[in-house]
Design a protein around this ligand. Sequence first.
Ligand code: NDP
Ligand code: HSE
Length: 448
Amino acid sequence: MTATTANSERSTFNPGKGAGQPVGIAILGHGTVGSEVLRLMGEHSEAFAHRIGGPLELKGVAVSDLSKPREGVDPELITDDAMSLIERDDVDIVVEVIGGIEYPRKLVLAALNAGKSVVTANKALVAAHADELADAADAANVDLYFEAAVAAAIPVVGMLRRSLAGDNIQRISGIVNGTTNFILDAMDSTGANYDDALAEATALGYAEADPTADVEGHDAASKAAILASLGFHTRVKFDDVHCEGITGVTAADIEAAREAGYTIKLLAICERVTDNEGREAVSARVHPTLVRREHPLAAVNESYNAIFVEAEAAGSLMFYGNGAGGAPTASAVLGDVVGAARNKVHGGRAPGENTYANLPIADFGVVPTRYHIDMEVVDRVGVLSEVAAKFSARGVSLKTVRQEESGENARLIVVTHTATEADLSATVEELSAMPDVKAINSVIRLGA
Ligand code: NDP
Ligand code: HSE
């Protein structure tokens, strides 16, 4: 389906149920996020009814394990049959907070096809199947909301969809994963070890059910795909995002970064670049990045997230807040529930996806970047110039070179000027093949 057909389908008017009519809600999942959604929905039910124009009525809560205690939830409402719950005629909105991809995909598609609006916090699902889900929502003339999928409480999805719809986004970058930020911050500020910090982030409810998604950068890559799609009006999927996680970041890297005046953050960077054919293209990437200690991103600690948006007319905007955890995520989910419920009562639809620009996805090699390279070389006359020659042969210029003693070897710390990712990575490969280069200790890109 093209963007234009999707837009014309959106024009079908949904008249709504009428003021004062109840809106039936099904919640799929009662874990970290689902339990907070339910708690806050109960606590603020009267306020929500005013904001919506009709009361929210909870029709059921789908879980996997019926034997778990569910404090404050009517046992009659608990079911392990999510599909039957979705299919009920009195359910208007389905909230998906289960996680994973294939099973929630079936549930969300079934809900949309049955004319229910959907609110999901599931970035993995949205980043993998946004086109299919958006088509199903358009065909059924219902809403598909996913504010909580990116940076939990920070309303960046709505800001891109609505507030910045009149501007031209150039770049979106920042910290979008709470778990990895928590780990890197703990390693940097208290010297905590990686495993202990990950265990604490998991206990606090920040990590995904399988925390590999966090530490390998997959969660941040899903969020980058969503941000790039919205910001550049182009379908960017999870597989289009270059992704490196934090599992290779060592205490020694963090120490070396500190000595040089940096901290290491896992950044998601989405920007317009020029590809090999000279066309404007979209680049989305996630990787550990050296951030200057005086930069605002360096002060984003614990599980907080921060996102910079650079727009043609608005200039630079920064959004900061809780990026993970039950209550902050439930705030975003409930904002979407209120929006979807208003549309169910009064009619109309929220702005949907628009991928009219359809820009190509840039090859990672064309991306302009800078490297910080820490290596061990044989301590003999002429090594430095041989190393420098490898850089200049690829047209990479050096900003600083620092040499220190390191046992019988010399330690070289090189910071480059901007070059393409292809030239920089090829240079590192050539360096590592030099007999006098004994080890490449670390290669980290420089960012903010
Ligand atoms: P949890 O693992 O804490 O909860 C998952 C819930 O889904 C549990 O209640 C589980 O049931 C239920 N569930 C699992 N399988 C099924 C099934 N087959 N049928 C019905 N229910 C099932 O996850 P979170 O609450 O942390 O995350 C949920 C979603 O929200 C994920 O997509 C995640 O990426 C996203 N998210 C999470 C954030 C966070 O900080 N935690 C922040 C932003 C988004 P049972 O209780 O019986 O085990
Ligand atoms: N696991 C995710 C994180 C949850 O740590 O950021 C919020 O999306």
